[in-house]
Design a protein around this ligand. Structure first.
Ligand code: BV8
Length: 252
């Protein structure tokens, strides 16, 4: 698809773990959905944290360490370029908890599943805000407690069974988009997996980019198979032209 975007067109982008794969951050499926033999769905849950906070913090500490050494790849950079060209006609929703989109220059972004580099109080209703935290907590005896209420500190992550963050803002942007570009996600986890169907039902043009068909491939008008670090720069260049900058009002 080479959308002809007019001045009123808006692009909604959804990314998943696959866009960080070429930066050396393993995807969930890439490791068979397992971590030290545990299914991700068993570790990334409130129940897992309640019963074994040390195990959950070991999982996130390892991912913090790995993400801290990662650099954005051409896929992240292509999306940042698209944002510079489209301005407020562009919005990025990511399922990822790493900060590679921001490091590449993305600013109009929502992390619907939270941030690896932030923690928060684990007590529902505690008014303490999430805070920046890049620390690793290798053992239960070093897990910090909330200064206000004394509850254990947890990763600021949306776990399975919890409500994703910034949904109102995300759905407002999704409602307004005329092009929905999805990259690097298996299309399994809800509600993100339904975004493309919601956009398509309103007549938006839809495109998937990744090396294999996602589970929701049938909801896309076009699937461009290949690594996002290779295909996204091609898509963005074809939309913006090699000169970059704001596209012509008639055609990009
Ligand atoms: C909610 C934070 C209610 C943790 C994550 C039964 C049916 C339907 C739904 C459910 C169900 N049972 C339960 C549910 C709901 C559940 C769900 O969807 N479960 C799934 C397993 C069935 N969802 C929830 O619980 C969500 N909450 O529903 O609340 C609600 C709903 C609406 C409104 C209000 C309330 C919360 C889900 C969030 C869970 N947390 N992350 C963490 O990161 O540690 S999800 C986790 O999976 C990650 O965020 C990850 O991003 C996400 C999705 O995975 P992908 O990103 O797709 O990664 P994956 O490894 O699966 O795939 C990688 C892809 O990359 C592949 O396609 C591969 O081909 C591709 N790839 C590989 N290399 C490259 C590449 N692509 C491009 N380039 C490459 N080089």
């Amino acid at each position: 698809m080479n959308p002809i975007l007019g001045p009123s067109d808006r692009v909604f982008v959804l990314t998943g773990a696959g866009i960080s794969a070429e930066s050396g951050i393993p995807t969930f499926r890439g490791v068979g959905g397992l971590w030290r033999g545990h299914r991700i769905e068993e570790v990334a849950t409130p129940g897992a944290f309640a019963s074994d906070p040390a195990l959950v913090w070991a999982f996130y500490s390892e991912r913090r360490r790995r993400a801290s050494g990662a650099r954005p790849n051409p896929g992240h950079e292509a999306l940042a370029r698209l944002e510079r060209a489209l301005g407020e006609h562009y919005f990025l929703c990511t399922q990822n908890v790493d900060s590679l989109h921001e490091t590449a220059g993305s600013r109009r972004i929502a992390h619907m599943h939270g941030r690896l580099d932030q923690s928060r109080c684990s007590r529902l209703g505690c008014p303490t805000e999430p805070f920046d935290d890049a620390n690793a907590y290798p053992g239960v005896e070093v897990i910090p407690r909330c200064a206000r209420c004394g509850a254990l500190v947890r990763p600021h992550i949306c776990w399975f069974g919890e409500t994703p963050f910034e949904l109102e803002r995300i759905l407002t942007e999704l409602e307004a988009c005329t092009v929905c570009l999805v990259a690097g996600t298996s299309g399994v986890v809800e509600p993100a997996a339904s975004f493309v169907r919601m956009a398509g039902a309103r007549g938006a043009r839809t495109l998937y980019v990744g090396p294999e068909e996602p589970a929701n491939a049938g909801a896309f008008q076009e699937v461009r198979l290949g690594p996002s670090g290779v295909v996204l720069p091609e898509v963005v260049s074809s939309w913006l032209g090699t000169r970059g900058g704001r596209p012509d009002s008639e055609r990009i």
